[in-house]
Write a protein that binds this ligand. Structure first.
Ligand code: TYM
Length: 331
């Protein structure tokens, strides 16, 4: 039997999740579970690169685990774990830090944006954040990384670091490929379709959260920015409408063409009404299951403990190889 290929991905537990996170990443993880050996992490080490209130971080971490499960991740099929439970992530990061060029790290778009936003808290963790992400991926000998468009540059760094290490020492890491979907890899703000949908947006009408109530979803979609052309067309001239079509397509699994022809001649009113309904119905089962999981903390604990054990075994094996190759004496 051919061995299954490996998938790795993660989300930061830094607050409520948007439908951008869901469409760009988690939703795509579900289908991979049967055919791949999947590792899905809650990346709490990444989250502390911006200041976190400890009790909120604890809550957000469990919240995210419940959302993973409610979205359809299955601990029987995939390894679901909390990043800080597997210390190899931090350890490999140190080694890879010594092989990362300051120049390359300072060209990372996300770092440039974040450093503009938080000049007074420009910590070193924010700068080496992509190296930690590379460690996440490389520890598991990952073949594929399903992410949204905004992570592409970080993936390139992970590939560079794998190749650099392999060239300097000898074949150690698999060089991972990104898995970025054509539709939905970049969901934009509902208020400003030029910028990506993000939970750090100051205007809460710009994003829809996975746990938003039907009323709120209705209101946010009704207020979403469109244009004066009045046609449901997937075109760069209509970025607001294009974004809404992407969301429609992601939740209904209808193709862009199907959506365009369905709304030919119709105005934005009907389209938005239907879209709100589709999003509300799409999120409803997730919200219900989320509530159930949050009531069962013992089960959540069982899942993250089991996941950490499985992840640890794989990660340690890679780290042992790395330590040996760089010349550390085994204990
Ligand atoms: P994070 O937590 O910012 O986002 C999680 C995932 O959601 C995707 N995403 C989006 N997709 C489409 N449209 C949007 N508006 C949108 N906003 C966010 C992101 O692309 C991501 O896939 N560094 C990562 C977490 C991470 C990771 C990893 C990912 C850490 N280690 C290893 C993959 C592999 C991050 O900050 O994602």
């Amino acid at each position: 039997m051919e061995e299954k290929k490996t998938v790795f991905s993660g989300v930061q537990p830094s607050g409520a999740l948007t439908i951008g996170n869901y469409i760009g990443s988690i939703r795509n993880w579900i289908d991979l579970q049967d055919d791949y050996n999947c590792f899905y992490s809650i990346v709490d080490l990444h989250a502390i690169t911006v200041p976190q209130v400890p009790k909120d971080l604890r809550k957000n971490t469990l919240d995210l685990l419940a959302l993973y499960l409610a979205s359809g991740l299955d601990p029987e099929k995939s390894t679901i774990f909390i990043q800080s439970h597997v210390s190899a992530h931090a350890e490999l990061t140190w080694v890879l830090n010594t092989m990362s060029y300051m120049g390359q790290l300072s060209r990372m778009t996300q770092f440039k944006e974040k450093s503009k936003r938080s000049e007074e808290n420009l910590n070193a963790g924010l700068f080496t954040y992509p190296v930690l992400m590379a460690s996440d991926i490389l520890l598991y000998q990952t073949d594929l990384v399903p992410v949204g468009e905004d992570q592409k540059q970080h993936l390139e760094l992970a590939r560079d670091l794998a190749e650099r290490f392999n060239n300097r020492y000898s074949e150690t890491f698999k060089v991972p490929d990104p898995l970025i979907k054509k539709v939905g890899a970049r969901i934009m703000s509902l208020q400003n379709p030029e910028s990506k949908m993000s939970k750090s947006d100051n205007n809460e009408n710009g994003y829809i959260l996975l746990l938003d109530s039907p009323d709120i979803i209705n209101r946010k979609i009704k207020r979403a920015v469109t244009d004066s052309l009045g046609q449901v067309k997937y075109s760069d001239e209509q970025p607001g409408v294009k974004n809404l079509i992407n969301i429609y397509s992601a939740f209904s699994r209808n193709s862009i063409e199907e959506i365009e022809s369905k709304y030919e001649g119709a105005g934005y009113g009907q389209f938005k009404k239907d879209l709100a309904e589709i999003v509300i119905e799409g999120l409803r089962p997730i919200q219900t299951k989320y509530d159930d999981y949050m009531k069962n903390k013992d089960y959540l604990k069982e899942v993250y403990k089991g996941g950490a054990e499985k992840a640890e075994r794989v990660a340690r094996k890679t780290l042992r190889k790395v330590y040996k190759k760089v010349g550390f004496i085994p204990r």
